[in-house]
Design a protein around this ligand. Structure first.
Ligand code: FES
Length: 324
């Protein structure tokens, strides 16, 4: 059986939606999400909340929109406007597996277009359509996607957002055959596969407590090539001062602090070098930029003084594992 799941279809705005179809546990989970945001800014919880209702029903239904509006004190129009903007919010029931084929330029040229065509023909479905009953095991919703941020493994396919790298038409066909047959192949990176509803709950911010989730592999060799080259050449990315006006209240100057404290805070925010982190993007332009070379501000790495590296934070070798 094939069910339509076109993103071009509109959410049923004629149906008002019933927020009470969601169990008390879902409402409790929604309240837990809200507590992650500052008081009075509960509307910021809308994105994870939409993933939460999707984890219950497999898509964002009229009921889900009504639920989010009810819990967050928004209008249903406001919720629908967000839910229909992002492609990760599905408007029709999604299968057990969402298979996404990258057909952006790099993947497309290296075979992504052929992979999508082959899967579409074999599954008998097009964009955002589902092969099988979405409520049954082995059902697959197919979509082609823009860059999945794994160009170094092109062409890539994801299943419920977990990566299957360097695919061919044959390997991708084998992948969906396994899924339809009840198998769950291990992704190249990331945690073992789960259902679309389960991954939606994780994206809403709830921990994957399956023991096998500890087996997740976060990265692979192609991703680390640039870092290792930088290590070999002794290169570091420039850091920048950490703002003491951002982050936790513990970073804020105490109320009533004197002018000297205020000046110190201002210095942090406008270019002082202490407190910087090698993890952070630079505020100043790199020394390799000719425009920066002409400026009065040297753009040396803050951890490096007179060519010697000081120990103000972890280097990239510590972050990624030396010698790996
Ligand atoms: S082009 Fe496919 S992952 Fe970037």
């Amino acid at each position: 059986m094939t069910s339509s799941n076109s993103r071009l279809s509109l959410i049923d705005i004629e149906r008002p939606g019933n927020p009470d179809v969601f169990a008390a546990e879902v409402r409790a989970a929604a309240l837990e999400i809200i507590t992650r945001y500052p008081a009075g800014q509960s509307r910021s919880a809308l994105l994870p909340m939409l993933h939460l209702v999707q984890s219950e029903q497999g898509y964002v239904s009229a009921d889900g929109i009504a639920f989010c509006a009810d819990v967050l004190d928004l209008t249903k129009a406001q919720v629908a406007a967000v839910a229909t903007f992002y492609t990760m919010y599905k408007r029709k029931p999604t299968g057990e597996y969402l298979v996404s084929v990258c057909t952006n330029t790099l993947c497309g040229l290296l075979g992504g277009d052929d992979i999508y065509r082959a899967l579409s023909a074999t599954l008998g479905v097009g964009m955002n359509q589902t092969a099988g009953n979405p409520d049954e095991a082995g059902s697959i919703t197919l979509e082609h996607a823009e860059c999945l941020a794994a160009c170094d493994y092109a062409p890539v396919v994801t299943v419920n957002y977990e990566f299957f790298d360097n695919q061919t038409t044959e390997s991708a066909l084998g992948l969906v055959k396994d899924l339809q047959g009840g198998k769950r192949p291990q992704p190249n990176r990331g945690a073992p596969l789960c259902s679309f509803k389960e991954i939606s709950r994780q994206i809403a911010g709830f921990v994957d407590d399956r023991p096998e989730s500890r087996l997740a592999v976060a990265t692979g060799q192609p991703t680390e090539v640039g870092v290792k080259l930088a290590q070999q050449k002794g290169e570091n990315a420039p850091g920048y001062p950490v703002s003491h006006n951002a982050g936790s209240s513990a970073d804020q100057p105490a109320a009533g602090s004197d002018q000297a404290d205020a000046a110190a805070v201002a210095a942090h925010n406008t270019g002082a070098r202490d407190g910087s982190s090698a993890h952070d993007a630079p505020l100043s332009t790199s020394a390799s930029d000719p425009a920066a070379a002409a400026s009065t501000e040297p753009a040396a790495h803050p951890d490096t003084v007179g060519g010697a590296k000081t120990d103000t934070g972890p280097d990239q070798g510590e972050l990624f594992g030396k010698g790996d």
